[in-house]
Design a protein around this ligand. Structure first.
Ligand code: EPS
Length: 438
C-alpha cells in the first residue's frame, strides 16, 4: 500500500488525535492537532458611525504573517474615494491603529485588534454621548421618520428604539471601514500564496460597460485610475454625468461591480455540505455589505437564457503527459472559477448589484412613527453614489472568504506551516496534471 494511504488509515485506526506526523495527507490533522483547532481567520466588528471609533478583532491569523499599518491604510484610503461620495469623506482620513496581536511587524497568532477612529466624533459628543447627559443638558431631538429602503424602520421595530439614530449609527455603511481593514489583513495572507483580488465597476445607474472582452489581469489596475473605478473611459464620462444629474435632482444611483481573484488554487470549498460551498460563502459575504441586493458568479443570471452547450466550459489537455508544463485548460470561464462549490483554478469572477443609497435629498414619502402623520422621510448628509467604494469593500469581503478557505484547507498555526501544506498539495495536483495513469 502507498505510504500516504497507509498513514491515512493509521490516523483513522488510532484516532485523529493520535497522529503526530508533520504533514497528514488526510488534512484532518495538522501536526497532531484536530482541524477544528486550526486557524480560521474569524472576526467581529463594532462601532457607530459617529461614535468614538470603529473596531475589529481578528482571531486565527497565522503567526509569522507580516502585518503593518501601511498596507491597511492604503486599502482604507481606496474605500474613501470615488466620485459621488458625500461630505463625510472630507472630514475623515481613515487610518488604523493596531492595538494587539502584532509584534515587530509580525502576527503572533494571538487576536489582532484594529481601531479606526472617527474624526467626526469631535462634533457628535452630545448627540452620541456614551455616558448619560449631565443634568441640564438638552437631549437631542428624537428622529422618528424612517427612510424607505434604509434599516431605520426594521431596526426601530426590532430593537424597540424610539430614536432612529440608535439604528442608523450601527447600520451605516461607515462600518465597511472595518471590513476593509480586516480584508487588508486577509490580502496579506493571500499574497503569501500568490493570490490577488481586484475589482472594477461595470454599471452605474444604467450606464453599462461591456466587460466580456476585458483582460482580467489588468482590469483592476485600469480601474484604479478612474474616479468611478471603471476601465472604460467613455463609460466613465457618462457615469460621472449620471451621478451629477442624480445629485441635482436630489436623487441617488446604484450599480454593479465585478470582483476578480487570480491565483486561487483548485480545491477551496466543498460540495459535501450546503454551508461549505465556496460560491455560497462568496455570495453571503457580498450580500452582507450594505445595499447589496444581488450576486452572480461567472455568467450568472445570463445562464438562464442560453442552452448548456453555451454555458459550460469545455476541457482541453494542453501538452504531453509527463511534461511538467502540461495543463488542463478551459476555452471559457463562464463558471467564474467555481464548479460544485469548489474553486477550479480559473479566475474567480463575482458580481454584486448595489441598490441606490436610501438617503434621498428629495425625500420619499414616509410616516412619523410617533404621530403617524404622512411626512417626507428623514434626510441626513449622505452619498449620491457609493458603487466605486462598495467595489473596494467587495474586494475585502472576497479576500476574507478566500483567506478563511486557505486557512481551512492549508491552515496551520503559522504561515510557515501553511506553506508546507500548500506546497505538498500543489505538488500532488501537479503530479495529477502531468502524469497519465495506466
Ligand atoms: C459612510 C459614512 C456615512 C455616510 C455613508 C457611508 O457618513 P455620514 O452619515 O456621517 O455622512 O456617508 O453611509 C451611508 C450611506 C448610510 O446609508 O449609512 C462611510 O464612511 O462610508
Amino acid at each position: 500500500m502507498a505510504a500516504p494511504l497507509q498513514h491515512l488509515l493509521n490516523a483513522c485506526a488510532f484516532g485523529i488525535m493520535a497522529c503526530r506526523r508533520w504533514q497528514c495527507p488526510s488534512r484532518a490533522c495538522v501536526r497532531g492537532v484536530r482541524s477544528t483547532a486550526v486557524s480560521v481567520f474569524r472576526f467581529l466588528t463594532a462601532g457607530e458611525s459617529h461614535g468614538p471609533a470603529l473596531t475589529a478583532i481578528i482571531d486565527g491569523v497565522p503567526a509569522g504573517l507580516d502585518v503593518t499599518a501601511e498596507p491597511i491604510n492604503a486599502q482604507l484610503k481606496r474605500r474613501q474615494g470615488g466620485y459621488g461620495r458625500g461630505a463625510r469623506q472630507k472630514i475623515e482620513s481613515d487610518t488604523v491603529e493596531i492595538v494587539s496581536g502584532i509584534r515587530f511587524g509580525k502576527a503572533m497568532g494571538s487576536p489582532i485588534t484594529l481601531v479606526v477612529r472617527n474624526k467626526d466624533w469631535a462634533n457628535w459628543g452630545v448627540k452620541m454621548s456614551v455616558e448619560p447627559l449631565p443634568p441640564g443638558t438638552d437631549a437631542p431631538a428624537e428622529i422618528t421618520i424612517p427612510r424607505p429602503g434604509h434599516a431605520d424602520f426594521t431596526g426601530m421595530m426590532k430593537f424597540d428604539h424610539q430614536d432612529l439614530r440608535n439604528t442608523l449609527e450601527r447600520s451605516s455603511a461607515r462600518n465597511t471601514a472595518t471590513l476593509v481593514a480586516v480584508g487588508a489583513v486577509a490580502r496579506l495572507l493571500l499574497a503569501e500564496f500568490g493570490i490577488s483580488v481586484a475589482s472594477h465597476v461595470v454599471n452605474i445607474g444604467g450606464v453599462i460597460v461591456d466587460a466580456d472582452n476585458i483582460d482580467l489581469r489588468t482590469v483592476g489596475a485600469a480601474a484604479e485610475d478612474s474616479p468611478v473605478r471603471v476601465a472604460d473611459k467613455d463609460a466613465e464620462a457618462r457615469m460621472i454625468a449620471a451621478i451629477d444629474a442624480a445629485k441635482s435632482r436630489g436623487d441617488t444611483l446604484g450599480g454593479t461591480f465585478e470582483i476578480v481573484a487570480l491565483g486561487v488554487p483548485i480545491g477551496l470549498g466543498s460540495y459535501a455540505q450546503w454551508d461549505t460551498r465556496l460560491d455560497g460563502k462568496l455570495a453571503q459575504a457580498l450580500m452582507s455589505i450594505q445595499a447589496i441586493k444581488g450576486v452572480e458568479v461567472g455568467m450568472g443570471f445570463r445562464a438562464a437564457d442560453v442552452p448548456g452547450s453555451q454555458v459550460h466550459d469545455a476541457f482541453f489537455y494542453e501538452g504531453e503527459t509527463g511534461d511538467e508544463a502540461a495543463r488542463f485548460r478551459r476555452g471559457s470561464n463562464n463558471a467564474g472559477g467555481t464548479e460544485g462549490g469548489i474553486s477550479n483554478g480559473e479566475p474567480l469572477v463575482v458580481r454584486a448589484v448595489m441598490k441606490p443609497i436610501a438617503t434621498l435629498m428629495k425625500q420619499l414619502p414616509s410616516v412619523n412613527l410617533q404621530t403617524k402623520d404622512q411626512v417626507p422621510a428623514f434626510a441626513e448628509r449622505s452619498d449620491v453614489c457609493a458603487v466605486p467604494a462598495a467595489s473596494v469593500v467587495g474586494e475585502a469581503m472576497i479576500s476574507i472568504v478566500l483567506a478563511q478557505e486557505m486557512c481551512a484547507k492549508f491552515g496551520g498555526d503559522s504561515v510557515r506551516e501553511m506553506h508546507v501544506n500548500y506546497n505538498a498539495y500543489q505538488s500532488r495536483i501537479a503530479d495529477r496534471t502531468a502524469q497519465a495513469r495506466k
